[in-house]
Design a protein around this ligand. Sequence first.
Ligand SMILES: Nc1nc2c(c(=O)[nH]1)N[C@H]1C(S)=C(S)[C@@H](COP(=O)(O)O)O[C@H]1N2
Ligand SMILES: [Mo]
Length: 298
Amino acid sequence: MKLNWSDVTPKSAWLNRRSFMAAGVALAASPALGLTGRASSLSTDEKPNSFEDITNYNNFYEFGTAKTDPADYAAAMTTDPWSVEIAGLVERPGNYGVADLAPDNALEERIYRLRCVEAWSMVIPWIGVPLASVLDKVGVQPAAKYVSFQTLLRPEEMRGQAYPFIDWPYVEGLRLDEAMHPLTILATGLYSDPLPNQNGAPLRLVVPWKYGFKSIKSIVRITLTENQPLNSWQQLQPSEYGFYANVNPQVSHPRWSQASERRIGAGLFGGRQETQMFNGYADQVASLYAGMDLAKNY
Ligand SMILES: Nc1nc2c(c(=O)[nH]1)N[C@H]1C(S)=C(S)[C@@H](COP(=O)(O)O)O[C@H]1N2
Ligand SMILES: [Mo]
């Protein structure tokens, strides 16, 4: 049974129940009570998109370039067993299971805006853990300055990987302070469900103040590095996509304006809205970029 947003009364009880349903944990697990306070301060009040929108309008080029391709083809991806290799400048490198990194009793709900560089947006109720909790678990060495991420490479299950327009596997990267920021999470679920394959099962990054392409899906490797890593979109077209990719209505993409966005599911005439600096998270993250020229560091 899927809960609907409108079923929520009271919201706080439902938030807990929903997350723990996703984790397969009984409501009786009372650590859940710590969850709502933490989640609500970082979550938006905006109305989440429907589960149907969130799972049928996707970018996941490993399965094709059409928005419906991930919903049509991502079921072919085997997500269990799954392990994430954590390597590079860490104290405890190794292969970790999803439950090691995102244990049931640590899951939080985060309702975030997602702003794609293509100028559409959604609001998604994620379930996951702060990336910082994972990095603390493995121990970051002092020399580490960046975190790089890699998606599964498995062409026999990912039909889009037959087309080498991206140099597969898809890769992404963050500066260490961005990775440690409390808004940055690794998601394992959305609404009351474990993460659907088309949204990046079993574990994907979510960095809500950056264009959606930074939020890399179906992660199999996390590497702590000293040097700034490449990311797939920058590699593909460096004049259009940079490393930072912070949402910025004042810095146009070379081929279109970023000043406004179309909210998916809002209807033909209601859907256009102004894009906010850092996707509305400026109060929390602007200080990370103090003194930087954001037009150069796009
Ligand atoms: N591995 C991988 N991760 C990816 C992508 C992709 O093609 N491959 N697309 C990105 C883009 S462009 C966006 S907008 C978001 C979309 O996330 P969603 O489909 O869950 O809404 O995933 C990002 N993560
Ligand atoms: Mo995107």
